[in-house]
Design a protein around this ligand. Structure first.
Ligand code: SF4
Ligand code: SF4
Length: 358
């Protein structure tokens, strides 16, 4: 009798990278002697076998059209050896087996508008969430903020003259996929959601929305004879978590959705332990298409850090050494009661929640 077939696992995660590796990377996988950087944007790896590989890193705009991808692939075929890979910050890397190929590859990339850099103590490419392009709940276009900002920090990507590596990130809502960074730009809602009561009964699972609120500010209610919801605005902390499961609870608003800047986050534990970011500027206008007010604050923080930090201090190490009062003095940012220790009220808030109790 035929045996039942084993069901094959359905894998939808990251594919195995081995078939796509440059042949020299595959041959020497995990067997490198040392690496160095001959110039910003170029890495040089030497294997125990004696093989050498040069990697040229270029910035991309991340959200790419087909023509741009074809152009990058043509460069890989003509000036590199037909293999590329992307870094987690959306840079593209080309691998070559001879130093003689590096200069023509760099020249062609720069001629085509792709800056070469993003290595060592540079401002690396800004990590961003998807914004209006992919997601259904953003309050701003994170990728647009990145484009506007990187146009201004272009030279800092191509050079390696920051005290240490600087990571920036942008996030287009307050609650989901935003990243830790030395300087992060994050959406900040400042008013509770406005409820469209005519739609709630048709669109929302009311118990699911009630359960979603981290501070138990939402209650079921009858409004105009229809089942709807109401918000205790004294409790609401304007996080926006109720909007994804219930779009009639609209929280995005051209006037009251702002941007905030957070600093000092890092995951690395190379010199000091990992740190969480703290908010240092709030209520910045969400002002497309160039967000000039955001650029002004970010550049102020970045260049004060550059001028004042000691070699190899990450932004959080620098703040730790000089202290928060001097951070605000040196950057000339106004200090208000809403900044830095925004977690102060959390214990009371969480104690009021239906789901989390201490
Ligand atoms: S940060 Fe929020 S709005 Fe932006 S892509 Fe992630 S989930 Fe969507
Ligand atoms: S989920 Fe957030 S925005 Fe919605 S009511 Fe609760 S605290 Fe306010």
């Amino acid at each position: 009798m035929a045996q039942p077939q084993m069901r094959r696992a359905i894998e939808s995660g990251v594919p195995d990278n081995q078939p796509y590796l440059h042949p020299l990377l595959k041959k020497n996988y995990g067997n490198w002697r040392y690496h160095d950087r001959p110039r910003p944007g170029v890495l040089h790896h030497v294997a125990h076998s004696g093989d050498e590989v040069w990697t040229v890193r270029a910035g991309t705009q991340r959200q790419m059209d087909v023509a741009t991808i074809r152009r990058l692939c043509d460069i890989a075929d003509q000036y590199a050896e037909g293999h590329v890979r992307f870094t987690i910050r959306s840079n593209i890397e080309f691998m070559v087996s001879s130093f003689a190929k590096v200069a023509p590859l760099v020249a062609e990339l720069e001629r085509s508008g792709f800056p070469v850099g993003g290595t060592g103590n540079s401002v690396s490419m800004i990590a961003h969430t998807q914004g209006w392009l992919h997601c259904d709940i953003p309050g701003t276009d994170a990728s647009g903020v990145v484009k506007a900002l990187m146009d201004e920090l272009y030279e800092e990507f191509r050079r390696e003259d920051m005290p240490n590596r600087v990571h920036l990130s942008t996030s287009c809502c307050e609650i989901n996929c935003g990243g830790q960074a030395d300087i992060a730009i994050i959406v900040q809602h400042t008013k509770p959601p406005k409820i469209n009561h005519d739609l709630v009964a048709n669109v929302c699972e009311r118990p699911a929305v009630v359960a979603r609120c981290p501070v138990a500010a939402i209650r079921p209610a009858m409004v105009n004879g229809k089942p709807s919801l109401e918000i205790d605005e004294k409790k609401c902390m304007c996080c926006g978590a109720c909007y994804p499961p219930c779009p009639p609870m609209q929280i995005n608003d051209p006037e009251n959705t702002k941007l905030a800047i957070w600093v000092g986050g890092k995951n690395s534990n190379a010199r000091a332990k990992p740190t969480f970011m703290k908010m240092v500027a709030a209520g910045i206008p969400n002002n497309p298409p160039r967000w000039p007010e955001v650029s002004e604050v970010v550049k102020k923080i970045l260049y004060t850090y550059k001028a004042d930090a000691r070699p190899w201090e990450r932004l959080s190490d620098w703040v730790e050494r000089i202290g928060w009062p001097r951070f605000f003095e040196k950057t000339d940012l106004p200090f208000t009661k809403y900044l830095i220790d925004d977690w102060r009220g959390a214990r009371a808030n969480l104690n009021a929640s239906t789901h989390i109790r201490f």
